[in-house]
Design a binder for this molecule. Structure first.
Ligand SMILES: Nc1ncnc2c1ncn2[C@@H]1O[C@H](COP(=O)(O)OP(=O)(O)OP(=O)(O)O)[C@@H](O)[C@H]1O
Ligand SMILES: [Mg+2]
Length: 244
């Protein structure tokens, strides 16, 4: 995988949710391309469709109308193609596994030792633990603590360390800094950008946290009422950064 290859392309994607009383148009006619190596920030207020957009990209939700192209690399068996850091920290970890067990598994996946029965846990474990300390220099949880017992922010930092270790083709982050204090949010954003820059991993962050937009040089894309309302600046940035 080289930089700037199209990984996912949404064409005129709309998603309607049919409830008992009403139908909600969560996404409306969204056109969006995700390239390898891209760092894409999408901002929008509550209910604007951010999580739904990530779920479409991750193939968890099928469009009501429109189409989604996926590069063959994403569907190749054995590759960890898309990882989502969910908005709710509890959904990102296995509550009954310890911190150390999470780091061990992340190392195994990151070093390509899947499936689970062929785990070869050596090098990657150290990588994941190292990421944890880069993300938070005030990390206090002990390795034997159960993930379910961590604070919300600690859960999120552990999930992010795992994601960076696994290094998928696309990393989707849904409000990743919501549970983090200012210092940890800064560490995380810096570490994420550093881990991602000059690699083919694409990162898509959806957020309404101004710390994300102010920490980065990228012009965010804006989602409002299920529609992307300011793609032009984003496209400009992509073309500026594209290798010639
Ligand atoms: N499973 C669902 N069933 C019905 N409606 C849904 C469902 N998921 C989302 N919606 C509706 O779709 C719209 C977009 O929701 P979404 O969760 O994508 O917003 P969001 O931008 O992520 O909001 P927030 O910032 O609060 O997380 C909302 O009006 C929401 O009520
Ligand atoms: Mg959301």
């Amino acid at each position: 995988m080289t930089l700037n290859e199209t990984l996912v392309r949404l064409s005129q994607v709309s998603v309607d949710f049919h409830g008992e009383q009403t139908t909600v148009a969560a996404l409306r006619d969204v056109d969006l391309e995700i390239h390898s190596g891209q760092y894409l920030i999408i901002v929008g207020s509550n209910g604007s469709g951010k999580s739904t957009l990530l779920r479409v990209i991750a193939d968890d939700v099928h469009p009501t109308r429109g189409s989604v192209y996926r590069a063959p690399a994403l569907t190749r068996s054995g590759s960890t193609s898309i990882v989502t850091i969910r908005q709710n920290p509890a959904q990102n970890l296995a509550a009954r596994l310890t911190v150390a067990e999470h780091l061990m598994l992340a190392g195994a996946i990151g070093s390509g030792a899947l499936p689970w029965q062929r785990l070869r846990v050596k090098k990657g474990t150290a990588d994941a633990a190292a990421y944890l300390h880069v993300l938070s220099d005030a990390w206090t949880a002990v390795p034997t603590q159960l993930a379910g017992e961590l604070s919300g922010g600690q859960k999120q930092l552990l999930a992010l360390a795992i994601a960076l270790t696994i290094r998928p083709l696309i990393l989707l982050l849904d409000e990743p800094t919501a549970a983090l204090d200012d210092q940890n949010a800064h560490h995380f954003l810096t570490a994420l950008r550093k881990a991602q820059s000059a690699t083919p991993m694409a990162c898509v962050i959806v957020t309404h946290d101004e710390r994300v937009t102010s920490t980065n040089e990228f012009q965010p894309c804006r989602l409002a009422g299920g529609s992307i309302v300011s793609p032009s600046l984003l496209q400009q940035r992509i073309s500026e950064e594209s290798p010639t």
